[in-house]
Design a protein around this ligand. Structure first.
Ligand SMILES: [Mg+2]
Length: 240
């Protein structure tokens, strides 16, 4: 089966989310310090740390709700619980203003289009393409929680991706940074997979992706390798 469609995860694949979140938490902390001297004792790492236990408890819920709960935890550290709505507004305004594609994203998308692939965008988060510098890049976009769609790695999520692509699952290559969501989840649903491993961490055990890349610049060749139908499974593309 020839790959005709390449679908991308958003956060930490196309979109540099961690930089945006760091900047947004800095804006939140600045506001907290304006509101109370007690916040002088807090660091942005304290605010960032509040995400972890909240995310663990709310994993399947919408990202906006998880973020609000994490911010509520941070505000409660210094008695600012009543400021949640306003502080959440500050967070999300900064988070979207600072959300940008990685430097290798737009050139890779352009090259894939030049090679006549249909491009899609599929995210668990709230990184809408048009709010993250990716307006008009995709033939279709799939967002968890729209029309009750469960998050990756749910099979229903990938079924929605395949339905949007309008082709067989094995004609879709899914590209993403999360081993559990973007490799295991997509593979279980019958899609082909390209694992973006920017940091070069060791590959977890179990069936691997169809290809692994260190940079989005290597995705076009990796997808063509899948089309050739006989690459070593999990072939690594690009410089090590
Ligand atoms: Mg991701």
């Amino acid at each position: 089966m020839t790959v005709t469609t390449v679908v991308f995860d958003a956060d930490e694949t196309l979109v540099d989310l961690s930089t945006a979140v760091h900047g947004a938490l800095c804006a939140v902390l600045e506001e907290m310090r304006r509101l109370t001297p007690a916040a002088a004792a807090l660091a942005v790492t304290d605010l960032a740390a509040d995400w972890t236990p909240v995310f663990a408890a709310m994993r399947a819920e919408p990202v906006t709700d998880i973020r609000r709960a994490a911010l509520a935890r941070s505000l409660a550290r210094v008695g600012l619980e009543a400021e949640l709505d306003r502080v959440a507004e500050i967070f999300f305004a900064a988070r979207f203003a600072l959300s940008r594609p990685f430097a290798d994203a737009l050139p890779a998308l352009a090259e894939l289009r030049r090679r006549a692939y249909v491009l899609g965008f599929a995210t668990n988060g709230n990184s809408r393409a048009d709010r993250c510098g990716l307006t008009g890049e995709f033939a279709f976009e799939v967002y968890a929680h729209e029309a009750g769609l469960p998050k990756k790695p749910a099979p229903e999520f990938f079924a929605a991706v395949v339905a949007a692509a309008g082709c067989a699952p094995s004609a879709v290559a899914h590209v993403g940074d999360s081993w559990d969501h973007d490799v295991v989840g997509a593979q279980s649903a019958g899609l082909r997979t390209v694992w973006l491993n920017r940091a070069g961490v060791p590959r977890p055990p179990g069936p691997g992706p169809d290809a692994e890349v260190r940079s989005l610049a290597d995705v076009p060749d990796a997808v063509e390798g899948i089309m050739a139908a006989s690459p070593a499974r999990g072939a690594l593309y690009g410089r090590l």
